[in-house]
Design a binder for this molecule. Sequence first.
Ligand SMILES: [Zn+2]
Length: 434
Amino acid sequence: MKRSLMLAGAAALCCLVVGTTASAQDLVITNARVLDGTGNLIPNGTVVAQAGRIVSVTAGPAPTGIARTVQRIDARGMTVLPAYIDAHRHLVQGQPQAWLADKAPANMKSFLDAGFTTVFSMIDDGPTILELRRRLASGEVLGPRLYAAQLVPLTKGQAEPAVPPTPQGQYTDPGRNDPARPPARPVKSPDSFTEAETRAMVARAKTQGFDAIKTIMLATPGGPEGHAQAIIVDEAHKQGLRTYTHATNYLDTLTAVAAKVDVLAHTPHIGQLEENPAAISAIAKSGIPMVSTLQVFTPHFDENNQPLYRDGGPFPMPRPLSSAGQGPVNARLLWDAGTMLAYGTDTQWDPKVSLMDELRGLVLTFSNRDILKIMGPNTAATINKSADLGTLEPGKLADIVIIDGDPLTDIFNLTRVVATVKEGKVVVNRLPVR
Ligand SMILES: [Zn+2]
């Protein structure tokens, strides 16, 4: 077994050596602290990529005989790890056409600058996001690879809040206007779609070219939401699509779990899970992965010491400050029970700022080592891309980030991106000249 693996490695390397011309997707990174995403730390290692995929990750210097034309990076003092993935993002802002024409190129570049080579849009203006995905895939716009979910409603219209929203500021906790928690949480069910109507909406999303279906779960007492969700999951799977569900109150999470959705797009931040061990167990035992989205509630302070939330907006916003603590606590309780947590920010904000803020949520209840697992293999598995992404292993895409410093010592070093590599190509290069 070991011998055949070694031979396979040697065969792969020989091509790199013998190949007459090095392509832009061939790369050798040496002298690196390598955190390959599987839990391995190589203090002084070499990563070899060919034709956009990883050929080898080894301790020690570069293998001899690699063509001199192959691009080399000396990563002394730096850490090499899998490029980042955001599994819950919103991109389009303002007027969609104007954004696509004027803002999208710089916005996409900012993802690469922050180390992200894969982004999942969890609802944006449909035609705009599909056109952006096409431009990214064709190389017209330089940026991460993009996946896009289409919203399919669970019910006709929205459930009425049980109490009308109050003018902003009337409650000390603006979360009292949040429809997912009392007192606003709806008690009357909205009308349902027919099964045929629901299936047709899923089929249309497939025809339009979306990668996934997203639903927003707000389960009313005796309401149609759980049943509609189960139909959507069934039809989506028939169409080869996966389902992502927004659920922020653990009661909604449980309804989504019962309908066997593929991914929970949020950590539930409403409801004290430690008082509901049966809920923890049901969610964890389902094996459904969950996206973190903890930074929504973590204030970010501007230069005037004013707290900003989520997309850089001021407080109060229609979300509760109390969730800043409850989200991370619930995430940890579910993690300990076996739930796979993935990285996602649920923001439109600058990718580097939102990375910093998501980390500020995660460090409350997770170790640096666990955060690397969450950001790498867990997020790749959650978006069903483990074959290509999430770890640095032979055969996977050479999507690599090089950072200044060690994230095991200080996780915020993840924001100090020196270079980003996408499919073997160096797309961000702030490397020191040596
Ligand atoms: Zn979202």
